[in-house]
Write a protein that binds this ligand. Sequence first.
Ligand SMILES: [Fe+2]
Length: 180
Amino acid sequence: MAEIRIRNTNERISGEENVKAFLDKQEVLYEHWNADKLPAELKDKFTLSDEDKATILSTFDPEIKDLASRRGYLTWDIIALSDATPNLDELLKKFEQVHTHTEDEVRAITAGKGIFIIKGTDDVGYFDVELEAGDVISVPEHKPHFFTLMDNRQIVAVRLFIETEGWIAHPFADPTFQNA
Ligand SMILES: [Fe+2]
């Protein structure tokens, strides 16, 4: 289940209801899928064949279609990152810059872990959302954020898009960014 860490105060928020209430206030969508639906051999696999990806998408097809119909997403795919990903460190360096998009950024984690770092309201500042399998998040359009891996450095997620164009990252230079 997702956990929040507020960077200014190091306060942690856990428990689905608390996390959801906090993220609601920050206009970040948070939902949960049953990650146990995934076949056992895919729960800990981070180098995926096209067939594996198709299996993940079909396993969560009802959840994907439900989310897409409520929120207008038209396309989706699977992203997998791990130490087996070529140039992972370079990729992460690129990811770890505060940026915005013109559409929301949706990720449903199906294996592994990851963190979104998001700029909250002025009273909160930057906060981390630590995500694990089953967690679904949507960072609203124009909200400064970035994504990175956690210590285990492996994740599989479904990405949903309104149009793939919207996912271009626009750098957001922010002197108030708390890099810790
Ligand atoms: Fe992003």
